[in-house]
Design a binder for this molecule. Structure first.
Ligand SMILES: Nc1ccn([C@@H]2O[C@H](COP(=O)(O)OP(=O)(O)OP(=O)(O)O)[C@@H](O)[C@H]2O)c(=O)n1
Ligand SMILES: C[C@](O)(CO)[C@H](O)COP(=O)(O)O
Length: 230
């Protein structure tokens, strides 16, 4: 399980947050969201290196934060691309050749605990690709372009997918390269392996491991952190 490489995509624009800056620099309990997201991997004995992928204009600030918070497992802060997938691809290529297993985790998911990460690693052992996801609580319907419901999907088979996602490095690289060569885009990394036909194992995630996407997620994140302090 040791010798893991971590890729943190953090090169988004945070448009849905509407903060006028990259949402990952907004503070949660006095520290940037991005730092919360990275720290869990800095603390894990299974992790040997971390790559953070940032937007061109954010690279200097990310490097300053890495120094300030003494994140000495961060081996590279590299430039991302137009889509999340382009950013992850750059990050994977920046890992050192010794890394055989890669974990991808959104820079906008600051609430993953070390305990949940280690449980995930344990349950992912033996699988070439595994992802965190949670059972959906609502009924999910499919609609057409006019908003007419075309299907009610079987809820027991549905999962809302999170990160971390773990992969054998050669399969992740292959999937990213093949997708890039034909311009195929997926909303997560696992979908690229699924597209090729590789199996991906689902592992139970955590309700608290939310992605900070819209302003109410910030409020919820503060509440979750406050609850953990009790
Ligand atoms: N070109 C991109 C787009 C997204 N991300 C990262 O992927 C994660 C998940 O993306 P999301 O929450 O959608 O972030 P944004 O793209 O910043 O949000 P929005 O779509 O609202 O602009 C974030 O950590 C984000 O920084 C990235 O590295 N490179
Ligand atoms: C990878 C992800 O966090 C899984 O839920 C999600 O798909 C990222 O999507 P986004 O549109 O870039 O937020």
């Amino acid at each position: 399980m040791a010798n893991l490489g971590i890729v943190i995509p953090a090169a988004g624009q945070g448009k849905r947050m509407g903060a006028g800056c990259n949402k990952q620099f907004l503070q949660l309990k006095g520290q940037p969201i991005l730092i919360h997201a990275v720290r869990v991997f800095q603390m894990s004995d299974y992790v040997s290196e971390i790559v953070i992928v940032g937007a061109e204009n954010d690279l200097a600030l990310i490097k300053e934060l890495v120094d300030h918070y003494k994140l000495d497992k961060v081996v590279s802060v590299c430039q991302g691309g137009a889509q999340r997938q382009d950013s992850v691809r750059s990050g994977v290529l920046a890992l050192s050749p010794a890394i055989q297993r890669v974990v991808v985790h959104d820079g906008a998911r600051p609430l993953l605990t070390l305990k949940d990460f280690h449980r995930f690693l344990q349950e992912a052992e033996g699988f070439s690709a595994a992802i965190m996801g949670i059972q959906v609580k609502d009924t999910i319907k499919q609609v057409n372009n006019s908003g007419i419901v075309t299907d009610t999907l079987p809820r027991e088979l549905l999962r809302a997918v999170q990160t971390p996602q773990i992969f054998e490095r050669n399969k992740l690289e292959e999937a990213h390269m093949r997708a890039a060569s034909v311009g195929y885009y997926g909303t997560d990394d696992a979908s690229l392996l699924e597209w090729i036909g590789y199996p991906v194992q689902m592992i139970e995630g955590s309700l608290e491991n939310i992605k900070v996407t819209t302003p109410e997620d910030l409020w919820l994140s503060e509440r979750i952190l406050a609850m953990r302090e009790k």
